[in-house]
Design a protein around this ligand. Structure first.
Ligand SMILES: Cc1ncc(COP(=O)(O)O)c(C=O)c1O
Length: 362
């Protein structure tokens, strides 16, 4: 029985709750691992999505080379759990507060960290001599990273600072728009190929050429890329559905929410607002998530504790007190706001997994 079908959630849930379909999760983990294996590219999933030691354990069991994280706090949680190979894919600035944490982490795991400036490299070198770094390349998202032509300057600064330049990485976040993933994946590959060529010419020996996001990973997974870092693929979400990264049958996580009020105009109000669902709503998705069992209604706006669902005249809608399965827009935000996952298989409750790295955002 699908989680998304009417009656697909286990009975007796205390809502709002994050419910994971274990069989679909396993299928998603296996499929992406297999795709990357066939492409000859290492899989280094971004653990900021799930923040879960149990999901990380399963990713490793499917052959993940290590994990990607965004913060030292996330890295500490996974290192404590025995993950011994971590990439902080972020231009970490080694402030006085972060330097000792970084050093302690580098002593206990194989670690690399992102860098995109000479100043950042100098601070990392002071904090942690000999640390492995990857220079971040901007492949079109225009968030962080330098142009391919400017990587040698950053790499030279890193070398002068006593760091070891292990490679380059990029995040093609401009793939987050309709029809954009294939082109953004190609941009990732092209920008990394250009950057790697500049560095090789300058005498650097690169072990790592790292790309990826869930929408672009399948498009950029070919030489010279050596690893991909998708994060959302274990669960997927409404954004990924809109981008074509998955089908509705792949969605492995829903927010279970109860209809707490029915307005005179027929609107339903759910007990999941922005404190559960996050606020992400790009212009290219229909609402604040999807209710697959009720395709004609739209979660239209959120209060902190209220999810207000518009119900057009004549549309079939859930009843007062009914528990519905909502596919959230951006699962990373939803997980970051939750304490635990309720895990089900074949409609029955099989366990509860903590969100181990919840709020470890520094
Ligand atoms: C640097 C970096 N790598 C990988 C990812 C994972 O991409 P996605 O969330 O699309 O799976 C992200 C997501 O923001 C990221 O910032």
């Amino acid at each position: 029985m699908s989680l998304l079908a009417p009656g697909g959630l286990p009975a007796g849930l205390d809502t709002p709750a994050l419910v994971v379909d274990e069989a679909r999760l396993e299928a998603n983990l296996a499929r992406t691992a297999d795709t990357m294996r066939r492409a000859g590219v290492a899989l280094r999933p971004h653990a900021k999505t799930h923040k879960s030691v149990e999901v990380a354990r399963r990713q490793r069991a499917h052959g993940a080379a290590g994990l990607t994280v965004a913060t030292l706090g996330e890295a500490d949680v996974f290192a404590d759990a025995g993950v011994d190979d971590l990439f902080v894919a972020y231009p970490l600035y080694a402030s006085a507060a972060k330097a000792p944490r970084l050093r302690a982490l580098a002593e206990r795991v194989a670690l690399r960290v992102g860098v995109d400036s000479a100043g950042g490299a100098a601070a990392l070198g002071d904090a942690c001599p000999g640390l492995a770094v990857c220079v971040e390349v901007d492949s079109g998202h225009h968030r962080t990273g330098v142009a391919p032509a400017d990587v040698v300057g950053v790499a030279d600064a890193a070398r002068r600072a006593g760091l070891r330049v292990a490679g380059v990485f990029t995040f093609g976040g401009h793939g987050y728009a309709p029809d954009m993933p294939p082109g953004a994946g190609a941009d990732e590959r092209d920008a990394l190929a250009g950057a790697a060529a500049h560095l090789t010419e300058a005498g650097y020996d690169l072990a790592v050429v790292s790309a990826g996001s869930t929408p672009t990973a399948t498009y950029s997974a070919r030489p010279p890329v050596t690893e991909e870092r998708p994060g959302i693929y274990p669960f997927y979400d409404a954004q990924q559905l809109a981008l074509g990264s998955c089908t509705v049958d792949d969605v492995a996580l829903v927010v279970a929410a109860t209809v707490v009020s029915v307005g005179a105009d027929g609107r339903r109000v759910l007990d999941a607002g922005s404190k559960v669902l996050g606020a992400d709503r790009p212009a290219w998705v229909r609402g604040h998530g999807l209710l697959p069992a009720y395709p004609d209604v739209t979660p239209a706006w959120l209060g902190e504790h209220h999810g207000v669902v518009d119900v057009p005249d004549g549309a079939v809608a859930p009843a007062l007190g009914e528990v519905v399965a909502l596919v959230p827009n951006h699962v990373c935000q939803v997980v970051n706001l939750a304490d635990e996952y309720t895990v089900v298989r074949d409609g029955g409750h099989v366990g509860t997994w903590p969100v181990d790295a919840r709020a470890r955002n520094r």
